[in-house]
Design a protein around this ligand. Sequence first.
Ligand SMILES: Cc1cc2nc3c(=O)[nH]c(=O)nc-3n(C[C@H](O)[C@H](O)[C@H](O)COP(=O)(O)OP(=O)(O)OC[C@H]3O[C@@H](n4cnc5c(N)ncnc54)[C@H](O)[C@@H]3O)c2cc1C
Length: 470
Amino acid sequence: MSNLDTLVRRLGADAVVTDPVTLRERATDCWSLALLRLARGEEPTLPAALVFPGSTEDVATVLTWATESCTQVVPRGAGSGVCGGSLAEAGAIMLDLSRMNRVTSVDTVSRVVYVEAGARGDQLEDALAEHDLTVGHYPQSLGISTVGGWIAASSAGQASTGFGAIEDVLLGLTAVTAQGEILHCRAVPRSAAGPDLRRLLVGSEGTLAVVTEAALACRRRVPGWDWLACEFPTFAALMDGLRAVSQAATGAAIIRGYDELDAQLSFGALGHANGCVGMLGFPADLPGLADRKLAAIDALAQAGPARDLGSSYGEHWWEHRNDAVQTYAAIMGPDRAFGSGVIVDTVEVAGLWSVVPALYESVRTALSSQAEAVACHLSHLCPSGSSLYFTFLIRRSDDHDAETRYLAAWDAAMRSCADAGGTSTHHHGVGRLKSPFLEAELGATGARVLSRIRAALDPDAIMNPGVLRP
Ligand SMILES: Cc1cc2nc3c(=O)[nH]c(=O)nc-3n(C[C@H](O)[C@H](O)[C@H](O)COP(=O)(O)OP(=O)(O)OC[C@H]3O[C@@H](n4cnc5c(N)ncnc54)[C@H](O)[C@@H]3O)c2cc1C
């Protein structure tokens, strides 16, 4: 009997899929380079099987079997990751959580939702709407990503300034280790019971355990948004203005700041031609909203004169906030809207405010040496710093040349980020794409500590090979 036959016997034939069409469909995530290789006709590496558990106990069964049979395991949520964190490996199985998508209960007293890790963001939000609640975690990929993927890739939503990133709403979780042990971290508001094991799994990208269930903090749904936007003559002035506003505690839950090119790309439809744009979104039911907006305008003015753009920029952004999902699929998917030889991607670094100006200049210069259309916005602002989200495009005569340039662009961007004192990733994680640069960020000791944690939890090295390996 083959290894897979043993798994089928333990889990049921329904749960183990080996037909090549389904394997191919789920063999890659949304990493630009993986999509480019598919688009140029390369066959992706297929896993030995896709395994669809229906419960935490099923996951334990699979991982126990995987350890016994020395089979490598690649966990998969919805495959929206953009760093190659969920790519098939020859001989490995992909553990696809998509059938574990139930919202199991809602504690309306504590405002906490209990949900299985394979639930997509839109499914979760639809279920919470019945209780007038929301998690407030709104990644652009809400409808194509899962709760488990958010935890594993350390995700941040577009309202993270006000509502926090995934670690801020994660109150409890259940996970299964490589050896099939079930780890249950009960839902509590905070705990000093030793190092926080919930946090250990945030950003672990399927290398330490498989997250199967989570308890997430909720809040009352926002009835609408009130917007403010200003035009700044320079990006330096914009950075100063947004730093001041993010330190003024005005209650803006969304703060974004666009450099000139990104402002043209984002607001060209409104006739925007020149200048950088700062944009603030306030929950419409925020107490004292009028005074808060005045305080925000005061803070923005500390950076010098800024032209009031009214509410239309915010309204436009909100309506189109997730359009990038379709745009990205059109360019990097089979349609290849921009033709062959073209690859687009995003680099989301972060740094303290004292570092942000130099980080902007150095990463932008590095990317511009290899790519065109390098645009940037600040997002996920907090009082101590910000993320800088760059988009870039590479256009070469053929796809192989584009790949070479793409790797050079990432190499240049990651080196310049490290030199400027930033972190190489704010919310997309590491995957295979950034693992060569991880040691530069963590330091040799940090990299060793990470390897030891990994070896302790996964002594047979079966979990997500190639990912997060400094
Ligand atoms: C157009 C677009 C826009 C995006 N916008 C945002 C954004 O605004 N904010 C943001 O944070 N991200 C964004 N992303 C990136 C992506 O959606 C996130 O990284 C998301 O958290 C991945 O979730 P997933 O379920 O698709 O995970 P996958 O891509 O399936 O997996 C991601 C990683 O997590 C591991 N993993 C998945 N599920 C589990 C589990 N249950 N247990 C253990 N490991 C697991 C995988 O092995 C892999 O390493 C965007 C992506 C795209 C394509």
